[in-house]
Design a protein around this ligand. Structure first.
Ligand code: GLN
Ligand code: ZN
Length: 786
């Protein structure tokens, strides 16, 4: 392009931004409000300041299509439920404006409190929010680590515009000088994410009642001056049936008929449209956003088949990961599209909302400078997009420096010895099928293990962690700040470990754990000891509500410089004659809870972690461990959104688990643990993992999750959780014997172990004490009747 042609500059959109604030200001404000230490006005003031700062930062970084209503005090799906008045009766809402008390009751539940005491913060006098109501269910947002509040619909469900938050935030931005593009969760995805409280109610059948509410709010946005709105419909990247596809046609057809002058940017993300492409292209929309990071090739089909005047929003910068883009490379990809469509019909964007990446890389002062030069957080990604836009708008010379810097970073990363370790890649290349195979089949191993371990029937154990008390957290924080010496901290942790072990012996558990007091987090603890991982100081990403996580960054080839857990295991085992489980986090879980490098396939990165864990398993066995547990809490979470891709993922995930666990002798017992998951559709993969013992979360399903194992005739041993560790309630002996009897109806006595649903780190000692005493008694009673 010649530099004197004044061409339209390409629009840059963010689709949505992190709302927690660069220093987690929203978290502090929320938690202070919930604790009754600040008022509603204080909270709302912080929220408004965060929005204003967010708009200002986007504008300063050249974002031209700035979103509004991407902010939320808790969750955008909850906001949508509140907007359309889908507020279950138990929350006591009787129409009219929805109070913050109702909103937070849906998000967090309310305490059952002494009559007359009211809300903890005392600012909602006169509010009718009932006490002791549970929060709405929470679940994962597609395949991210963000959790949303599941909408709940009843048979007589009606909708009404109960909150005009999108309008308020649009006007708020306008008053500050930003003409924004409001973002709303689209009606079809919204319904599809919901569940029905009444059996037989098909949530999609509610669409005709819901769409008028959308039309009302969209109409008001248009009247207030919004030219465009962004409707998020990520459900379009899922496997859909014809009825669901029809629902899109109906909903958008109706909206377009009622609001012919409002331009809709329909956003799809977290994958390609695939077989829903024709559905999307047939909708009466003005713009379509495509995830071109996960599905780069779909652009060709969209250009070939789509209407010529459709505005294409190209999601070319990764909104799910923290890597810096290679801008000259992107430029080559985008330029032909711009030339073909015309600049006014192309927008540049991240693949999805920037909600899923940390706010600002500049806050990281401790990162290796090379690594830092390869990264990009939300603010940097905005900068990358606007550099691209300027380069494509005939201003290439002005951004030449940025382009060169980007290319240079990409080149250093490709060659850096910090990323590439020949020893690791050659070891990975030398992995043989025999390495993923135990010496003997399960039956032969089990015989040897039983002879060696001499455990009673229905052996009792726990999942690994014991309460992380305030005292432990304080000691860890003090140690991290340097206020406690390594030696003192170690002595303290040894004391805690010793007490936990004595306590388990006293209660009468058969297989003990050391308690995991030395671990900050089950992934971070290992990441910090492996090479190839880095950690940020402020790289927080919202997980749900005020909760944030700081995922490790897996940037290079993984190796284990030295044993990670052997010292702690040895110490723990030295204190007891009972078997002490070695306790590790599995490769798939470490991978799924990290930001993972994008220069090799995920399977390659996972295989490297598996080799490192395999070494640790070997060292534990060498040190004398008779049982080693390798947790794969996040195995199911990693399933791709499309069914057709499940097998590919499960194949390598199972292979990696087998690789890390198969290097031991037959008599060494391998355990694994998985959190709440549906097992029916992945039971083959679970069986293929071939762990000698698997503990799973089952208590809330009344052991129904074991049906999959029964039908499959699953042969190995299983510890179905006999009590829910998420609740502070201490279960009775009888509740647990009842559950064990239900388990016995599905599995043979010789297969069963007795344990809680998950680790106990979030519980208090008094709860744990009561529950485990009862659990051991329940096992004793079952042994007598069996
Ligand atoms: N061993 C871990 C613990 O007990 C397992 C945690 C998990 O499954 N999330 O804490
Ligand atoms: Zn668990």
């Amino acid at each position: 392009m010649s530099s004197h042609t004044v061409s339209t500059s390409l629009a840059v959109a963010t689709l949505g931004t992190p709302r927690i604030g660069p220093r987690r200001e929203l978290k502090s404000a929320l938690e202070s409000f919930w604790a009754g230490k600040s008022t509603e006005a204080d909270l709302l003031k912080v929220a408004a300041a965060l929005r204003a700062a967010n708009w200002a930062r986007q504008s300063a970084r050249g974002v031209s299509v700035i979103p509004s209503n991407d902010f939320s005090l808790y969750d955008q799906v909850l906001d949508t439920s509140v907007m359309v008045g889908a507020i279950p009766e138990i929350y006591g809402w009787r129409g009219g404006p929805v109070s913050l008390a109702t909103y937070f009751a849906m998000a967090r539940g309310t305490q059952a409190e002494i009559a007359g005491h009211g809300c903890a913060n005392g600012h909602h006098h006169g509010d009718s929010t009932p006490q002791g109501v549970p929060a709405q269910e929470m679940t994962k947002w597609f395949d991210t680590n963000y959790h949303y509040m599941v909408p709940e619909f009843s048979a007589g469900q009606s909708f009404q515009l109960a909150s005009v938050k999108p309008l308020e935030e649009y006007r708020e931005a306008k008053a500050l000088g930003y003409d924004t593009r409001p973002v709303l969760l689209g009606p079809v995805t919204y319904l599809k994410l919901g569940k029905s409280a009444d059996a037989g109610l098909d949530v999609l059948s509610l669409l005709p009642k819901l769409v008028p509410v959308y039309i009302e709010i969209l109409g008001r946005l248009a009247a207030a001056g919004a030219k465009w709105v962004q409707l998020d419909e990520p459900a379009l990247v899922l496997d859909l049936d014809d009825r669901e596809r029809l629902a899109f046609r109906d909903a958008y057809g109706q909206i377009a008929r009622e609001l012919p002058h409002l331009d809709i940017m329909l956003t799809t993300y977290f994958g390609g449209l695939g077989d829903n492409l024709d559905t999307a292209l047939a909708l009466p929309i003005a713009g379509l956003h495509l995830d071109l990071v996960r599905a780069p090739k779909q652009i060709n089909a969209v250009i070939a088949k789509g209407p010529k005047d459709l505005v294409l929003s190209l999601g070319v910068v990764d909104g799910r990961n923290i890597w810096r883009a290679d801008l000259p490379d992107l430029l080559d990809r985008v330029e032909p599209i711009v030339q073909q469509r015309g600049a006014e019909r192309v927008q540049l964007a991240p693949s999805c909302s920037l909600l899923h990446v940390p706010v600002d890389l500049e806050l990281e002062t401790g990162l290796d400078p090379d690594l830092k030069s390869w990264l990009s957080f939300s603010l940097q990604k905005m900068g990358e997009l606007s550099t691209l836009s300027r380069a494509l708008s005939g201003d290439r010379a002005a951004v030449q420096d940025q382009l060169s810097a980007s290319a240079k970073a990409a080149a250093t990363r490709r060659k850096s010895p910090k990323v590439h370790d020949m020893a690791v890649s050659s070891r990975a290349a030398a992995v043989t099928p025999a390495m993923t195979q135990r010496n003997s089949g399960f039956a032969a191993r089990a015989t040897l293990q039983h002879q060696r371990l001499q455990l009673p029937a229905f052996p009792t154990t726990t999942i690994g962690s014991f309460p992380q008390t305030a005292q432990i957290r304080q000691a860890r924080a003090a140690h991290a700040k340097g206020a406690i010496s390594d030696a003192d901290y170690n002595t303290f942790l040894r004391g805690e470990t010793a007490r936990a072990i004595q306590w388990q012996e006293k209660v009468g558990l058969d297989v003990l754990v050391h308690g995991e007091f030395e671990r900050n987090d089950m992934v971070q603890y290992f990441g910090e000891q492996l090479s190839g991982f880095a950690f940020t100081k402020e790289g927080w990403v919202q997980s749900y509500g005020s909760r944030c996580v700081r995922p490790p960054i897996l940037f290079g080839d993984v190796s284990r410089p030295k044993p990670m857990t052997v010292g702690w295991w040895k110490y723990a085992q030295s204190l007891t004659g009972r078997p002490m489980k070695g306790m590790l986090t599995g490769p798939v879980t470490i991978l799924n809870w990290s930001f993972v490098r994008d220069d090799v396939p995920r399977s390659t990165a996972c295989l490297q972690i598996a080799l490192a864990i395999r070494d640790e398993v070997g060292d534990l066995e060498q040190a004398g461990a008779t049982m080693i547990q390798i947790d794969e809490a996040a195995l199911r979470e990693g399933l791709p959104l499309r069914r057709s891709e499940w097998k590919g993922y499960l194949d390598w995930a199972v292979e990696c688990f087998r690789l890390c666990s198969s290097g031991v002798k037959d008599e060494t017992q391998i355990h694994t643990h998985m959190c709440y998951s549906e097992f029916n559709d992945i039971i083959d993969a679970i069986a293929a993992m071939d762990a000698d013992v698997i503990s799973i979360e089952t208590s809330r399903s009344k052991m129904e999750l074991l049906d999959a194992f029964k039908t499959y005739k699953y042969p190995n041993e299983i510890g179905p959780g006999v009590y829910d560790i998420h609740s502070p309630r201490v279960p009775s002996v009888e509740e647990m014997t009842t559950l064990l009897q239900l388990a016995r109806q599905r599995l043979s006595d010789g297969q069963l172990w007795v344990n809680p649903d998950c680790g106990l780190k979030t519980r208090g000692w008094d709860e744990v004490q009561g529950a485990l005493v009862n659990m051991v008694e329940a096992a004793r009673q079952i042994r007598q009747v069996s």
